[in-house]
Write a protein that binds this ligand. Structure first.
Ligand code: SAH
Ligand code: SF4
Ligand code: F3S
Length: 441
């Protein structure tokens, strides 16, 4: 009987894409997936440590998953990802049930680590720096749940030093993946039926800067768009400072690049932005948005915001609300500032009490709720292009518009993977009820 694995993933899309690669690696070792951790021979947690909450979740899951060994003493528990990277042996001491641990740098070593653990050793391979042979990981396939939309990691690590953030510590310096390797994967995915390519990195807009002969990210967009069969391109996350004019122009020029952009601004106050070391001002951010909208008038913007950064005053917070009012984001992801061990912001004077963070967060979300329902209304009666991704119930299908909104329409599995034109009948912030007009291709 084949061995079974169970993976639980926390954190960002990069981590999800890493898990897809880990699943691919485990398949090559003869493992089969299971949805039930109790029958797994290998349980793997791919962890996140961006805020305190995800840290706690990992520990409570480990407490539960340890029970797998009661029935199956040979079952292995593995921990990967950013918390593993940050905590190393300290985490193993707190949770001795861990058999295997590795960094995001050395996923390709998983087969050896499993052998080591099966032989009865603790296989802990947390590296300080990415190893020389890191690129070996691209040789493994990924296993995806969505047959039509695929993530492709194009750059790892981050060279920015935002004072609140653990990512530069957990993911290392920026390493761009070669154009060749990216295009090869894109071709493979398209041959496999994928129609939407989502380029991933902590800072995709910095792609190509670290090559001996630097290549602009806009050039990568053009090259990906030339791969036959690529119908849609998205990318996450861009950094405002690196969103140069050539990228905006390429986005407008390339028909497959979706009309949506996630561009975190974090805070509206210039004083706070300086303390965060974000490298731009409120005015610069708003100017980038204006430029984007000049070139792509119907672009849907989304963003990340941190509420309650150390020393944030009422006036500072008003500046954040002002950006939200001016830009009118389709979606915001807002987080209470969470001090991370070892980051400069964690030790800053003027930490904000949790009640204040909660109160500001509520005001932010109330404002956003109102903006979202107004934006939703503006969709009613419009014609949109949707890539159908899934069936829903007996006679409906769902997919996303180019602006990244979920749409529901009547249809069956014959529509899966098709680009369709729809008319929006009724809209709410998280769903558009649509009528099919035509199947485009
Ligand atoms: N590379 C991306 C974001 C990665 S982390 C970028 O720079 O835009 C995702 C989001 O988590 C960040 O945009 C930020 O809003 C939030 N975040 C990061 N560190 C945080 C912290 N210490 N406390 C609260 N939110 C944080
Ligand atoms: Fe973190 Fe800043 Fe890098 Fe984003 S750009 S990953 S917030 S250090
Ligand atoms: Fe979390 Fe690491 Fe992503 S800390 S947000 S999983 S890069």
């Amino acid at each position: 009987m084949s061995k079974k694995f169970f993976i639980k993933t926390f954190g960002c899309q990069m981590n999800f894409n890493d898990s897809e690669r880990i699943k691919g690696i485990l398949r090559t070792l003869g493992y089969e997936p299971t949805d039930n951790w109790q029958e797994a021979d290998l349980i793997l947690l791919n962890t996140c440590t961006i805020r305190e909450k995800p840290d706690q979740k990992v520990l409570s899951h480990l407490g539960e998953y340890r029970k797998v060994k009661e029935k199956n003493p040979k079952a292995l528990i593995a921990v990967a990802g950013c918390l593993a990277q940050r905590s190393g042996w300290e985490l193993v001491q707190r949770a001795p049930v861990i058999d295997i641990m590795f960094s995001s740098f050395n996923m390709h070593q998983l087969p050896e680590l499993i052998n080591q653990a099966q032989a009865g050793y603790k296989a802990i391979a947390i590296l300080e720096k990415p190893p020389e042979d890191e690129d070996k990981v691209w040789e493994f396939p990924t296993e995806r749940d969505n047959p039509y939309c695929a993530y492709v990691t194009i750059i790892k690590g981050c060279d920015k030093n935002c004072t609140y953030c653990v990512v530069p510590k957990t993911r290392g310096r920026e390493r761009s993946r070669s154009m060749e390797s990216i295009l090869e994967e894109v071709k493979r995915l398209v041959d496999d039926g994928v129609r939407e390519i989502h380029l991933l990195g902590q800072n995709v807009t910095a792609w190509g800067k670290d090559f001996e002969k630097p290549i602009p990210f806009s050039e990568l967009l053009y090259q990906v768009s030339k791969v036959e069969g690529v119908e849609r391109i998205r990318f996450t996350t861009g950094h405002p400072k690196d969103l140069t004019d050539d990228i905006i122009e390429a986005m407008a020029d390339i028909p497959q690049v979706c009309n949506a952009l996630h561009l975190p601004f974090q805070a509206g106050s210039d004083r706070i932005l300086t303390l965060m070391d974000r490298g731009y001002t409120k005015e610069f951010y708003l100017e980038r948005i204006q430029k984007l909208r000049e070139h792509i008038p119907d672009i849907a913007m989304s963003t990340d915001i941190i509420v309650g950064f150390p020393t944030e005053t009422e006036e500072d917070f008003e500046e954040t609300l002002d950006v939200v009012r001016k830009v009118r984001f389709e979606q915001i992801f807002s987080f209470k500032f969470s001090p991370r061990p070892g980051t400069p912001a964690a030790d800053m004077e003027g930490q904000i009490p949790d009640e204040v963070k909660t109160e500001r967060m509520k005001r932010l979300l109330d404002l956003q709720k109102q903006i979202m329902s107004e934006i939703a209304k503006s969709y009613e009666g419009t014609v949109q292009e949707v890539l159908v991704e899934e069936t829903k119930g007996e006679d409906q299908v769902i997919g996303r518009t180019t602006t990244n909104k979920w749409a529901t329409l009547k249809g069956d599995k014959g529509l899966l993977g098709k680009l369709v034109k729809v008319k929006v009948l009724k809209a709410s912030p998280f769903n558009l009820d649509c009528e099919l007009l035509e199947v485009i291709r």
